[in-house]
Design a protein around this ligand. Sequence first.
Ligand SMILES: Cc1cc2nc3c(=O)[nH]c(=O)nc-3n(C[C@H](O)[C@H](O)[C@H](O)COP(=O)(O)OP(=O)(O)OC[C@H]3O[C@@H](n4cnc5c(N)ncnc54)[C@H](O)[C@@H]3O)c2cc1C
Length: 301
Amino acid sequence: MLKQGVMEVLPKVRGVYKINEPLCRHTWFAVGGPAEVMFVPCDEADLGAFLQGCPAEVPLFVIGGGSNLLVRDGGIDGVVIKLEAPAFKKIELNGNILTCGAGLRNVELQKFLVKNGIGGLEFLSTIPGTIGGSVRTNAGCYGKEVKDVLKAARVVNRKGELSEVSADELHLTYRNSSFPEDWIITALDFEIQEEEPEKVLETLNHQKMQREVSQPHNVKTAGSTFKNPEGKKAWALIKQAGCAELAVGGAKVSERHANFLVNADGACARDIENLGEEIVRRVYENSGIKLEWEVKRVGKP
Ligand SMILES: Cc1cc2nc3c(=O)[nH]c(=O)nc-3n(C[C@H](O)[C@H](O)[C@H](O)COP(=O)(O)OP(=O)(O)OC[C@H]3O[C@@H](n4cnc5c(N)ncnc54)[C@H](O)[C@@H]3O)c2cc1C
């Protein structure tokens, strides 16, 4: 579809359309070609109106914090939706239910959790990315995952219809979910427990410290590249296959954590993907185990 062509068929909105928006600005790997169009809706009603007016043949993709994505160098056709307006970043506490906008960055939860003495979500607030992306990937760490704390979600479908669904309907599994591809999550309800603010802060600091010692920081990465196969650790299989020092172009395996790939020196998405695929090949040759990508690869080569 021609660039002008897409803009011509898109409905009038209150939010912003950005043409040819470089996605390297929106991903933690800092790679990726442009979004043909990026749409930043003002609020849920604006998103709904956009979806109602957007022709079915225009491909849509939602981007959160871009911390689990490898966007290929050719970019993404159609419209990439980003929920970064203030309306998608609200936090509200009602009894033991915490409602968060899907565009809220996980780290932005931290102050609120401590201030209001909220326990149970510390793990989530230490994971990069947004609440919406963390639900799609059923993010987790330190023995907990989103599935354990999520009660319900507000979603909009491709026709712009808004509904409330229970956590069960999102079918969350290990670093995955299987709800319809066209559902866009706009807000989430989490079940929380009352906790002493000092205890919340202590848990947060402990978890942040664990990250500091075990993971690379201040680097361009998307976290764990591959899922841990049943009963195994991906990083150990990668090391055993002799891949700890592997590099392709500007991409290399992290010295800190062998399951993290790093854009160390001007890598392009192809370097990172080729490095990952070479690891998959060598690990299979060495152990007979086929690693599965946890990082989601999207877009055109
Ligand atoms: C340094 C580092 C450490 C990490 N540590 C962990 C960890 O401990 N545990 C862990 O689980 N992950 C970890 N990750 C991976 C990543 O942070 C999580 O998967 C995160 O939850 C992804 O959120 P995001 O907003 O960045 O999603 P994105 O990467 O932008 O998108 C991921 C998927 O979610 C979809 N999506 C995003 N928003 C929405 C929405 N509103 N509605 C529907 N679909 C949506 C996207 O289309 C895409 O399919 C780490 C990443 C980094 C860089």
